[in-house]
Design a protein around this ligand. Structure first.
Ligand SMILES: O=c1ccn([C@@H]2O[C@H](COP(=O)(O)O)[C@@H](O)[C@H]2O)c(=O)[nH]1
Length: 476
């Protein structure tokens, strides 16, 4: 999973935009951790921070400099801290690395050996310096746009009619995709954040120094959140990190921020922020996604006549996900988890419903896409398959739901009719009742993110559907 998806997954899972700086700063160590051995004391404090916050943050940000100044024991401490961060939580290494000569080796060390997910970089050596970090498709960089240091103002806010920090935003946006290139903004001034957000509505912004001034957190949130009510990473204040009640305090701050996000509804109503309103133990790994699909009307209960003439007690309309980018993104991640373990040369979507999904996956996986036409035109190229391909290549077919398997197998047959090979069919929902066996009997291996039973059971467990609806499903 790339940094962007890992971050978004953690934001949804922990319902949090907060990140914690894991800095062994001897000047800030709380008295209760002071010990004759500095490293031991600092390590206990950092481990305490991780234990207290792992369920309430979306990322951790260790600052390399704090570890470097402690010498070899400091770097050894960094390795131990990186290893003790739960693997699903993204790590942003704050390095502001800006040495052109060592960019490639530095990127290699931090991304492949240290396994961090993202790094902060200074923009002043330009794109040449950033490029070696962007050759890792799963990793991201945060470009420092402005800092809150009073002395920096004479540089970054000059000239007044077009300040340098805005030029940095505009220029750096051309260096990488929104998934790979994010921005770091240190400011206490909501107006500065607002001007950056309006220039970069699509970028993740990591806010810094926001607690240093008199500024109101609500003004900062209003200025920095994107239209979906996210896209802004918010630091936990240094004072809070010294508290013995860190867990309670961070939960309070998270609630305050989420309440504001809930109120913060931008013009696009389809992009409303979704918060889970249920607390279930041993929840299904895709519980939040199932609930969101239900809440946006992709999963309906009632009497629905299928193409075959049969009546089902539910209807799934995954075509709606394209209007809810947050949900769409999570759906793509779920398909991606399956596809990354398969071998194929091209992806194909079954029209029309699965074309947006296949397109999204093709862009994410950097894999060329084709699709079988639903109806072949009597004019033009009269192609059965749209897109370029070479006979003999292997194609993974993507579709939304398997009921009888008829539509996806018709698509797969068209693909095979032009000399391509289809081994795997990946769908979001399996209606069960032997449809995967039917695929197998026709030479295909079926994979699904969810079964319809998992969906119905989860919805019933959290009270979204009643006993009668559950029974109707079980009897169908
Ligand atoms: O709840 C449903 C049921 C069906 N669809 C559409 O039908 C095909 C799957 O049906 P097969 O019998 O397997 O051909 C699916 O691709 C959908 O387009 C649906 O959307 N929702």
């Amino acid at each position: 999973m790339n940094f962007f998806d890992k971050l978004n997954t953690t934001i949804v899972q922990n319902q949090s935009l907060l990140f914690v700086g894991l800095d062994p700063n001897p000047e800030m160590i709380p008295a209760r951790y002071q010990s004759s051995d500095l490293i031991t004391g600092l390590e206990s404090w950092l481990q305490f921070m991780i234990a207290e916050t792992a369920d309430f943050v979306c990322a951790y940000k260790p600052t390399l400099g704090f570890y470097q100044v402690l010498g070899v024991p400091g770097l050894e401490l960094l390795m131990r801290i990186l290893k003790s961060i739960p693997s699903h939580i993204p790590i942003i290494l704050d390095a502001k690395h800006s040495d052109l000569n060592t960019s490639s080796v530095f990127a290699h060390s931090i991304f492949t050996e240290w396994q961090v997910d993202a790094v902060t970089l200074s923009p002043y050596t330009g794109q040449d310096h950033v490029a070696p970090f962007l050759v890792y498709p799963d990793k991201s960089v945060f470009i420092l746009c402005c800092t809150s240091n009073p002395g920096a103002a004479t540089v970054q806010q000059y000239p007044h009619n077009s300040p340098l920090y805005l030029q940095v935003v505009q220029e750096s946006k051309t260096w990488g995709t929104p998934e790979q290139l994010c921005l770091e903004v240190g400011t206490t001034n909501a107006e500065v954040l607002k001007s950056i957000r309006s220039l970069a509505p699509e970028r993740i912004i990591m806010a810094r120094s926001i607690w240093a001034g008199e500024g109101n957190i609500k003004q900062i949130l209003a200025a920095g959140l994107n239209a979906n009510g996210d896209g802004l990473l918010i630091p936990v204040s240094q004072d809070m990190l010294g508290s013995a009640n860190l867990s309670e305090e961070i939960q309070f701050l998270r609630r305050e921020i989420n309440e504001f996000r809930g109120e913060f509804i931008h013009d696009a109503s389809s992009c409303e922020v979704w918060f889970s309103d249920v607390d279930v133990q041993d929840k299904h790994p895709h519980q939040d996604l199932i609930l969101q699909l239900f809440d946006i009307g992709c999963i309906m209960f009632g009497e629905f006549v299928q193409a075959s003439g049969a009546t089902f007690p539910y209807y799934i309309d995954l075509r709606k996900i394209i209007s809810n980018p947050q949900v769409f993104n999570q759906v793509l991640s779920a398909y991606e988890e399956i596809l990354k373990n398969l071998t194929f040369d091209r992806l194909a979507g079954i029209p029309y419903g699965s074309l947006p999904t296949a397109t999204g996956l093709s862009l994410r996986l950097h894999c060329p896409m084709i699709f079988p036409r639903k109806e072949v035109k009597a004019h033009g190229t009269r192609r059965v398959i749209e897109g370029n391909f070479h006979p003999g290549e292997t194609v993974a077919v993507v579709d939304d739901i398997l009921i009888s398997g008829k539509s996806v197998m018709e698509g797969a047959e068209k693909i095979q009719s032009v000399g391509l090979k289809v081994n795997d069919i990946v769908v979001f929902i399996d209606h069960e009742k032997g449809v995967k066996d039917r695929l197998k009997a026709n030479g295909y291996c079926g994979h699904s993110v969810l079964t319809i039973s998992e969906i119905v059971t989860t919805l019933h467990e959290v009270g979204r559907i009643n006993d009668e609806q559950l029974l109707a499903f079980r009897e169908s």
